[in-house]
Design a protein around this ligand. Structure first.
Ligand code: GLV
Ligand code: MN
Ligand code: MN
Length: 333
């Protein structure tokens, strides 16, 4: 099937393990070149904006857009982002209406879509098809889900200072170990986040300096990613983590008129119309915040819902249903 073949072609870029198309890397560039060829083959009018976002407009483009991103996390999966772009091409070709977009660098803060909404012109409506990246649809036995809202998130770096010294000759009560202090801060954040309903906090990387096996760490840096479904809980996490709030991305509701169209298409196929909020960030959130009527269609994740991992999985049957719903929605919006 063409969709699977295209997902495999994107996945093969740069070699494994997993997908490694970091935003604005040579690998993400290569993915954009590949997709540009598919847009040309479809007969779409293709262009690229200053941020490198890729657009393909069908002859009757209308103002309705669909798409996602082509970058990945390190050692990511086959479906996150790529599925939304590949499926968008199928749906626009089938509907004979709409435009496809592949935004740049979604994973590290929706860089491409944020740049895009600064200059526009904005579409009349946007629908992003995406793998769910969680277990909820599989638990409910539903192939598709309709997204109602996207969590807010904030990311930052915490620096902890101490005093470097000799690991053998500095008594424990005379040390100022930056890594021991950082570890306490990380555990505290993890414990506090567990007490806030539906909140999550993650430390994804850490670096200790000078980094010698027999040297007390003098300085430690670590990343923090915190998320919550409302601003009050997000603010609480930002304060706990001690990170800068100025780059925080607020939670956003998706648009009820687009949700209704997607629900109608799902129900008319005798499928359960499960509505759910997204715990992952998406370009759709950026467009919705910019005032574009926006919806998202989730495809059930298999393999326990694992994502940001090479184990990420959806079935071709579910993907086919999602493309069918998306194509129909493009004609209704
Ligand atoms: C993007 O995929 C994110 O939510 O981290
Ligand atoms: Mn994604
Ligand atoms: Mn992702």
């Amino acid at each position: 099937m063409r969709v699977l073949d295209r997902l495999e072609q994107l996945y093969a870029i740069g070699g494994g393990p997993g997908a490694n198309r970091i935003g604005y890397s040579a690998e993400e560039d290569e993915a954009h070149v590949l997709v540009r060829g598919w847009l040309d083959d479809a007969g779409f009018e293709v262009d690229v904006d200053e941020a490198g976002n890729l657009f393909g407009r069908s002859a009757e483009s209308g103002g309705v857009w669909t798409g996602s991103h082509l970058d990945t996390v390190p050692q990511g999966g086959k479906f996150d982002g790529a599925l939304g772009v590949v499926a968008a091409i199928e749906a626009v070709e089938r509907a004979g209406r709409g435009s496809v977009v592949a935004f740049r660098e979604e994973e590290r803060g929706c860089v491409g879509s944020r740049a895009f909404v600064e200059h526009g012109p904005l579409p009349d409506a946007f629908v992003e098809l995406h793998i769910e990246q969680g277990p909820r649809l599989a638990v409910l036995g539903a192939p598709l889900g309709i997204v109602t809202a996207i969590v807010g998130y904030a990311r930052g770096e915490v620096v902890v200072e101490g005093t470097a010294g000799h690991a053998g000759t500095t008594p424990m009560d005379l040390r100022d170990d930056a890594l021991a202090k950082a570890a306490r801060g990380m555990v505290r954040l993890e414990e506090e986040a567990r007490r806030i309903p539906e909140a999550v906090a993650t430390v994804g990387w850490i670096e200790a300096e000078p980094g010698g096996i027999n040297v007390i760490p003098g300085r430690v840096r670590y990343s923090v990613d915190v998320r919550a479904p409302d601003q009050a809980r997000l603010d609480q996490l930002i304060a706990l983590a001690g990170i800068d709030h100025s780059r925080a991305v607020p939670p956003v509701d998706l648009t009820s008129s687009v949700i209704e169209v997607l629900r109608g298409e799902v129900e008319s196929r005798a499928l359960p119309a499960v509505e759910l909020a997204s715990g992952a960030g998406h370009d759709a959130g950026v467009l919705a915040r910019a005032g574009v009527p926006t919806g998202m269609l989730f495809v059930r994740s298999l393999a326990g819902g694992v994502s940001h991992s090479p184990e990420e999985l959806s079935s071709m049957e579910d993907i086919e249903l999602a493309i069918d719903v998306l194509a129909a929605a493009l004609l209704k919006l």
